[in-house]
Each structure stands twice: as structure tokens, then as C-alpha cells.
Design a protein around this ligand. Structure first.
Ligand code: ARG
Ligand code: GLU
Length: 706
């Protein structure tokens, strides 16, 4: 009996208020987490992480290109991020003759650093809880429309105030489904240049085979530099700009990690859905994911075949292929993880408990039941939307027809010359990375599946007519890909030269097909989806508040929404399956074990083989080898790529770049047993810069601790 009581007590203790290491915390209120962080080994204060009165570590972090994170590592604006975050830029500077994807790129001097049109980074200047002000004149008799209007008016006023007399950008973001509102003020820089990138055979080592997996050996890093005007302020690209002097940059620690060490990841996770209803999880993992995976498998098979035939096609489709493959693989891990963790049933049990509690509480009484109903109503429309995106808009020529139509509409106020020049720019960008045989073969495969899987009454009638007229998707494809102007750069350029008006594309088959699907989606699918989602979101506001009351001694964190977050945990291996334990650290030995000149993903550059043979690892050697990647229990998500991974003293020990396969469901449900983030060990980064790239001048720019 005593034993039983003791073990229940221990169970209660270990369960604690939040699952160990789960959580993406807002820097402004990190103080609340500091005791727990210190228990795990952290030695700094809340002010060291986030402060508006003095430079703090947040000032050394940037939201990189909108979808990734990067960190400052020198007083000359040098930024470290992932190779896959800079992939588009590296590709854009590459050609068959100058293939930086294949060979890597290292600027010898600052003059050689390459500017990137469209790339910007932004620092968070400050954040502030503005809930009171946003909702100051709210009263419960207001309709949802009135409330939304109030929120947008108040937010606009707050943003205006925050950006008056300065060059900042600001946003007010809803947290906890609109139960809270926070202001975020940013400073953006637009002159960001490529400084260095390893060859893909290091930066993307293991490719899509190893993606989302452990053990991992990817040297996933690239270097950029922020440039500013002579007053250290943001400025458009100019060769007179100078390296930006940051308020703060990271000191690097080469002491490495041991199992159990404290780690903190500081970055911009994109989107998580921790508090959703069981039926939402069911739709995502049992219906949406399997269908989307199927469609992408078809596209990926075709891409792979064509890319293997030609180096030119391989370069053109490198970035597209990586991004199609990335979500494709993640969805598979996610569905598997949710099933293994029994999340749907656990949510159902949770909802039962919640409903019992809600019984005497009018506000919460029927919330989960109504959510269930709404999800059932939404399902066919969500399904049609998934297919619209993944089987129709996924066709490059169709999507591009839509882009051009929209541009023509937007351009209608411009002179014909300006409009034509704009469109010519878009055409150039499109054809640079386009290969018609891939697009056409994919079209046949995925439109075929669309016509089989989407209930007939939800398919546009004109499409069904076309299909019966041509007899098969394949004949329809023959017609579109031979007759559309977009299928022939020469024809479309000549056509644009001759002056374009909006109606002129009406008879083009690619434009017509886009229009058929777009109108069907806009008039038959989207309005219903929007209406149901409006009610769902409204209910989530209530349900979220209810969950917080119901579990009143649990620490809640808001779902990720691309705002700056802190997540902390410990370096830790894990047990992926029976009889297997994965250690926390991978090394150069593993790269050599995988090295195989005949397998594209595992064919390392000769220089790495040579360095390995010579055992000339310099300062970066540990126990006769070089550490490469490590895993820890930090709760991260897409967008955390490139995030600084720091130790208990705030020194940079790695760059976050991925999660392990068994833990990819952590955007929906976090399992402390198997959810691990994967980081690149900073010592491998330095080793590659020093010994492989011979760019030690960059290391001299950095600050290494002791
Ligand atoms: N899985 C990582 C992330 O979600 C890395 C993706 C890039 N790598 C790739 N092989 N596609 O972004
Ligand atoms: N690779 C992801 C990214 O680009 C980070 C990994 C994840 O999703 O956890 O943000």
C-alpha cells in the first residue's frame, strides 16, 4: 500500500503542470519559466534573454526570409542560418557553369558577397500585451462582426502609434484564439548578402532520404550578412552600404554537449495546433494527410526520374523538389505519430471530462459537441480544398496562369509598356526553373486522381465536360500543353510584345482551366468553408478559455504563430522502438559510413574524404573525430529552422534544423519520450568553414568562448 501511494506521488510529481519540455514560451513572460529552467540547468536571467532596456539575446536573432530563423555571430552583421533556408538564394545564383548548389560558395572578401533580391530579415524590437486596449470598449452584447471591427480598429491605432516617427514595422497578433492580443514591433533589413554555403553534398547531405530522421549527418548551414546604410539603419541594396553592427551577437562555445545538458532554442516557430478538437485531428491525420501524401508521391516520382536524367533539370527543380518532399515526409511521420500516441482517443477522453465539468457552465456546455458537428459539416469542403491546392494549383502551368491573370488585373491601371515589362519579369522567373515534361506528366497523374477522388458534384461542370470531350486526362493534357501560350516561351513573349489586355487570354486553355477551377472554388467551396471556419474559430476562443479554466493548474503556452518563442529542454537520446536506443550525438564517422559515390544523397565531396584520411581535424577534433549533429527535447516547429541553440550560459552550441521522424506529430501533440529536435553541432560548422572551405577568415570574425 505504502508503495502504491509512493508511486502515485512520484507519478504526480513527474507529470507536473506541463509535459516536461513541451511549450513555446513568449520571451516577454519568460520570467515565469525561469525557476523550471534553472532546475534544468540554465544559469542566466530572464533579462538576459529578453529586455527592452538593454541589449539582450533577442537582439541577436532574426526572422529570416519570413519562414526561418537566423542568428548574428559577429559585430559585422554575419548571420548563421540553415542551408535549406538559404537554398532558394543559393540556387538563384547557380547555373550549370557556376553551380553553387553542387560546389558550394565562399565569398573571399566582402565585395564578393552576393545580394539577394527579395530577401529580408527582421529583428524583434519589442513585444507588448495589448489585450486590455484592444478589447477596451468590448461588451458581451456585441455581435462577432462588431467585435472583429473593434479589434481591427484598435489594432490599427496601436500599430500606428508604434510606428510613428520611426522606421519600424508592427503587427498585433491574436494569441489563444483571440483571448489575448500582443503587439510585435520589428526592424527589417533588406540588403542581405550570401557569404558562404557548403556544397549540397554537405549542406543537404542525406537529402530527402535522411530528412526528418535520426541519426543525421547533414551540415545544414549557410552564412549571410546584413548590410545597412552609414547610420547603421536599414536601406535598400547599394554597393555603398556597410556591414550592419548589431546590438548583440552570439558568443560561440565549442565545449560541446553531453547527455542531460540544458539547451534552449530561440526562434520563430510557424504554426502549431495543440488545443484542437479530436475530430480536427482525425481529419488531418486519417484523411487529409493520406490523400496529400498520395498526390505528392506521384509528383515526386516524376521529378526524381526527370532530375536523374539531366543536371540542368536537377538544378531547376532542386528547390521545388525539396519543398514538395519535405511536407510529404512530415505528414507521414505525423499521421503515424498521432496513431501511436493514441491522440484522437485521448482527446475524446479529455473532451468527455471537459463536458462533464462544463455541465453546469452555460458558456462551455455544448462547445465540444458543436465543434464536432461543425467539423463533420466542414469535411467534404476541406477535402475539396485540399484537392484544389494539391491536385490543381499544384500544376505549375495552371498556377502560373492564375498569377498572370491576377497581375494583369492589378496592372490594368499601368501603361501597357509598364504592364508588359512586369509580366516579362514574371515570365523570366517562371521559365528559369520550369521543365515542361515534369509539369505535364504530373498534371496527368494528379488531375486523374482529382477526377477519381473528389465527389463528382464538387468538381466543376465545365471540367467534367472537357474531360468527356477529350476522353481522358492524358488527352486533355496533350491539348493544354501544346495549345497554351504558356507552354511556349517564344509564343508568349511575342504575344506580350504585341500588347495585352485582360480578355485576351480567355481562349488560352491553361488560363481557361485555371478559371474553371478557381471560379468553382471561389463560388462553391470557399464561401461554405469560410462560414464554417468562422464559427469554428469563434468556438475555439471559448473552448480555449474553457480548457484554461478546466485545467487551472496547468501552464499554457499559445500556439505558434511565427512570433518569437523560447523553448528549452535537455540533450537526450531516445528509444524509437523496442530494443533500440538512439544516442544523442552523431559524428564524422557516420558520414564516412554513409559515403557512397553511387548514391546521390550520400556522395560527399572528395575534399571531405581527404581531410578525413589525413585526420587533420584541427581544433574541432573530439575523441579522434568531429561531432556533427545532436538531439534534445526542445519543442520546435517549422520556422525554427536556423534557430540558435544555446547552452546554460547563453553561448551558441548549435543550429536547429529538424525534428526526428517519431516526433513529427509534436505540432499537434508533444510526446516527451520521442519528440526531439535535431541541431547541427557548431563545431561541425566551424570544421567545415575551416578545413573544407578554407574560409578561416570568417571564423576570425566570430567570438569563441574561452
Ligand atoms: N525537415 C526540415 C524542415 O522541415 C529540413 C527540410 C529541408 N531538407 C530537405 N531535404 N527537403 O524544414
Ligand atoms: N526544418 C524545419 C524548418 O524549416 C524545422 C524543423 C521542424 O519543423 O521542426 O523550419
Amino acid at each position: 500500500m505504502k508503495r502504491l501511494i509512493l508511486s502515485i506521488f512520484i507519478l504526480l510529481l513527474t507529470l507536473g503542470p506541463v509535459n516536461a519540455d513541451e511549450g513555446m514560451w513568449l520571451p516577454l513572460i519568460i520570467k515565469e519559466r525561469i525557476p523550471d529552467m534553472q532546475k534544468k540547468g540554465f544559469r542566466l536571467t530572464a533579462e538576459d534573454l529578453y529586455s527592452v532596456n538593454q541589449a539582450s539575446l533577442k537582439d541577436a536573432i532574426v526572422h529570416f526570409g519570413g519562414g526561418c530563423t537566423g542568428e548574428l555571430i559577429s559585430d559585422k552583421g554575419l548571420i548563421l542560418t540553415n542551408h535549406h533556408c538559404g537554398f532558394g538564394q543559393i540556387q538563384s545564383h547557380s547555373s550549370v557553369e557556376n553551380d553553387y548548389l553542387r560546389d558550394g560558395f565562399w565569398a573571399k572578401t566582402m565585395e564578393d558577397e552576393l545580394p539577394n533580391r527579395g530577401l529580408s530579415v527582421r529583428f524583434l524590437i519589442r513585444m507588448e500585451d495589448v489585450t486590455k486596449e484592444v478589447l477596451s470598449s468590448y461588451n458581451s452584447n456585441m455581435s462577432e462582426e462588431e467585435r472583429a471591427k473593434l479589434v481591427s480598429e484598435k489594432s490599427a491605432a496601436i500599430i500606428k502609434r508604434a510606428t510613428e516617427n520611426n522606421h519600424y514595422q508592427a503587427r498585433v497578433e491574436a494569441l489563444y484564439y483571440g483571448n489575448q492580443y500582443f503587439l510585435f514591433v520589428y526592424e527589417a533589413f533588406n540588403d542581405v548578402r550570401l557569404v558562404g554555403a557548403p556544397p549540397s553534398s554537405i549542406g543537404k547531405f542525406g537529402g530527402d532520404t535522411d530528412n526528418w530522421m535520426w541519426p543525421r549527418h547533414t551540415g545544414d548551414f549557410a552564412l549571410f550578412r546584413i548590410y545597412s546604410d552609414k547610420d547603421n539603419k536599414p536601406a535598400a541594396y547599394s554597393k555603398d552600404n556597410r556591414p550592419y553592427v548589431p546590438k548583440r551577437f552570439f558568443t560561440i562555445s565549442t565545449n560541446g554537449v553531453s547527455e542531460g545538458d540544458f539547451t534552449l532554442v530561440y526562434g520563430f516557430p510557424g504554426r502549431t495546433q495543440q488545443y484542437i478538437h479530436s475530430d480536427a485531428v482525425r481529419y488531418i491525420t486519417e484523411k487529409s494527410n493520406p490523400h496529400k501524401i498520395d498526390l505528392r508521391t506521384k509528383r515526386l516520382d516524376i521529378q526524381r526520374e526527370e532530375m536523374n536524367k539531366s543536371q540542368d533539370v536537377r538544378i531547376r527543380y532542386a528547390s521545388k523538389n525539396a519543398s514538395v518532399s519535405n511536407a510529404w515526409k512530415k505528414w507521414q511521420g505525423e499521421s503515424r505519430g498521432i496513431e501511436k500516441l493514441n491522440t484522437i482517443n485521448e482527446k475524446i477522453e479529455f473532451e468527455k471530462g471537459f463536458n462533464k465539468w462544463a455541465d453546469g457552465r452555460e458558456e462551455y456546455k455544448r462547445v465540444t459537441e458543436r465543434l464536432g458537428e461543425l467539423y463533420r459539416n466542414l469535411e467534404p469542403y476541406a477535402f475539396a480544398t485540399d484537392y484544389y491546392n494539391e491536385a490543381i494549383i499544384a500544376n505549375e502551368i495552371i498556377r502560373f496562369a492564375g498569377t498572370i491573370s491576377a497581375a494583369i488585373k492589378r496592372n490594368s491601371k499601368m501603361t501597357p509598356q509598364v504592364s508588359a515589362a512586369n509580366i516579362k519579369n514574371m515570365l523570366e522567373a517562371f521559365y528559369k526553373d520550369y521543365y515542361l515534361p515534369i509539369d505535364k506528366r504530373s498534371f496527368i497523374a494528379i488531375v486523374e486522381q482529382y477526377s477519381k477522388s473528389v465527389p463528382s458534384h464538387m468538381q466543376p461542370a465545365p471540367f467534367k465536360e472537357m474531360l468527356s470531350q477529350y476522353g481522358s486526362v492524358s488527352s486533355l493534357a496533350d491539348y493544354i500543353f501544346s495549345e497554351s501560350l504558356l507552354a511556349s516561351p517564344e509564343k508568349i513573349y511575342a504575344y506580350i510584345e504585341s500588347g495585352v489586355d485582360e480578355s485576351s487570354f480567355n481562349n488560352d486553355p491553361a488560363f481557361a482551366l485555371y478559371d474553371i477551377f478557381y471560379s468553382n472554388h471561389e463560388s462553391n467551396v470557399k464561401p461554405v468553408t469560410d462560414e464554417i471556419n468562422r464559427e469554428i474559430n469563434l468556438l475555439y476562443r471559448t473552448y480555449m478559455r474553457g480548457q484554461m479554466e478546466y485545467r487551472s493548474n496547468h501552464s499554457f503556452y499559445p500556439d505558434a504563430n511565427s512570433t518569437l518563442r523560447i523553448t528549452y529542454g535537455n540533450v537526450s537520446g531516445y528509444k524509437p522502438s523496442d530494443a533500440v536506443y538512439y544516442k544523442h550525438l552523431s559524428t564524422l564517422e557516420g558520414i564516412m559510413e554513409k559515403d557512397n559515390p553511387d548514391i546521390y544523397d550520400y556522395n560527399i565531396p572528395q575534399i571531405l574524404r581527404d581531410v578525413y584520411k589525413s585526420k587533420d581535424f584541427g581544433k574541432w577534433e573530439v575523441n579522434g573525430t568531429v561531432p556533427v549533429c545532436f538531439i534534445a527535447t526542445n519543442h520546435t516547429s517549422g520556422g525554427n529552422s536556423g534557430s540558435p541553440v544555446i547552452n546554460a550560459d547563453g553561448h551558441l552550441i548549435g543550429i536547429n534544423f529538424d525534428r526526428v521522424w517519431e516526433g513529427t506529430m509534436s505540432d499537434i501533440a508533444f510526446d516527451p519520450d520521442v519528440c526531439r529536435n535535431i541541431s547541427l553541432d557548431i563545431r561541425y560548422v566551424l570544421f567545415v568553414i575551416d578545413k573544407v572551405a578554407g574560409a578561416s577568415h570568417l571564423i576570425e570574425e566570430m567570438k569563441l568562448a574561452n
